[in-house]
Write a protein that binds this ligand. Sequence first.
Ligand SMILES: [Zn+2]
Length: 303
Amino acid sequence: MNDKTAPINSLSSLIPHPSSLPDSSLIPHPSSFPHSSFIPRPLSFLDSHAHLDLEDFDPDRPAVIARARQSGVAAVICPGISAGSSGAAVQLAEAEPGVYAAVGIQPNYCAQAAPGDWERVAALVEHPRVVAIGETGLDRHWDYTSFAVQQDFFDRHLRLAQARNLPVIIHCREAEADVIAMLREAARRGRLSGVLHAFSGDRTFAGECLALGLCISFAGAVTYTNKKFGPLRDAARAIPEDRLLIETDSPYLVPHPLRGRHQRNEPALLVLTAQCLAELRGVGLEQLAAQTTANARRVFSLR
Ligand SMILES: [Zn+2]
């Protein structure tokens, strides 16, 4: 990503130095990880979804990005949640090597969209650092935007992505059947590519998304040990290796064991989710890093 990124030769160097993070005592010691013995080649991760433009990162954004690089996160996709956020994501991608933007209006924010906001988002697609459309999708958990308006915006995003031959970043919360219906309709219209981000469904829903040619991205929820996340962990085991992505969804979804202790997630903590996924799938961390990074580079057409 950047010439100054030091090679990563051991897992211990993947963990941000404790003194560089807010709750320094809470970062697990590298020796407590199963694969800490010897990693022969440098590891490189790609965080496929982090909201680095949000105000949560205003106090220390450069330090957050530096910690990501120190932790082996060589690239980050920053998706917009509104017209303003999409513009900020593009500016960040212009300024920071290894940061790429997606542009869109997140379903919970569609009700707040002012006249002209959609056109502003659509105009940003021209920018060379824009690699995807999103995030978009459907959400029945929150009620900030009426469902009909969410469906209207999801349809616009899907059509824009297909018209520009760009991948789409899809948010789905408690709306699996509705999302699949619209994705199938889009797939009948033409080529569809993209990713179900922060996947929260089960093996059946994952299979329906895979059948449409989409990838599945896992965030911190896959590390949660509560029984209700069992179906999610089961889905994580079943995804074909060439369709698997990882993300932090920063500043949300702090992974276990920092959940409830850290207020804010950040890309440097991606390794905790990667470690959990590697264990669930019975592969080494090195293989998981290489495969998920290659998949993301393919989906987002990154060099
Ligand atoms: Zn998001």
